[in-house]
Structures are given as C-alpha cells and as structure tokens.
Design a protein around this ligand. Sequence first.
Ligand code: FES
Length: 134
Amino acid sequence: MSTDMAAAAAQAVRVCAAAELVDGGAGVRCAARLDGGDVVVFFVRYDGRAYGYLNRCAHVPMELDWAEGQFFESSGLYLMCATHGAIYAPDTGKCVGGPCRGGRLRPVQVEERDTPEGRAVFWLPDDELTPATP
Ligand code: FES
C-alpha cells in the first residue's frame, strides 16, 4: 500500500451527530464503494457504543434493512436481515441465528469525537471499503 493510499484511507467521514444514533434505534446509511461496485454501509448504536457494518447479509449478498435504516429486530438486541431473518449480534457482527449462523457482517471502523459542532460519529474507512465520492 502506498503512503498516499494510507493517507486517503485514514480520512474520517462524518456520519451523523452522536445523538442521532439511538440505542437499538434506527441506523444511518452511507453510500460506499467496494471492489468497484456501489454498496451501503450502516451505523447503529448498541449498549451505548456506535458500530458500523457493510449492509450485506452473510447469507445472500442482500441489504439487511426491511425499511430504510431499520436494522434492529423488535427487542432492539439484534440486527436482523429482512430477507430470511438471520440475526446478528450488533457488537460483533456475528450471525447468531438463521441461515448463515456462524457467518458475520463485514465491520467498518467507527469513532465518536467531539467537534466544534458537537459530538459526532465518524467512519474511519479502510482502503478496501471506501466512501462513495459524490
Ligand atoms: S439474505 Fe439475509 S437471511 Fe437470507
């Protein structure tokens, strides 16, 4: 990896205000690129911490949310795929039930930082799964 790529990969992307991600509540989607294709990554809060994953089920490569931004099942304890109901632990991305048990979601690095505009959630992209350039 060139130094330039490392620098580009380290560029943090502001996802949303920290308060927008509510524990067990709606997630925030961001357009991304992976292997030259358009994909979506999403961010949720669970047990006080923000987590981010590629929006792609480990069973069939489909998006998870049954309605845009709805990733948690009704208890707010698991992320659920709308297609065949696989459930994932929100903190590890591991599938804990359903057709892809043992599989896992592809994580992205997340950080919360204080900014002059208030506390915010940032995505720290790697050089493989990158933000979509507008
Ligand atoms: S596509 Fe997600 S459970 Fe089948």
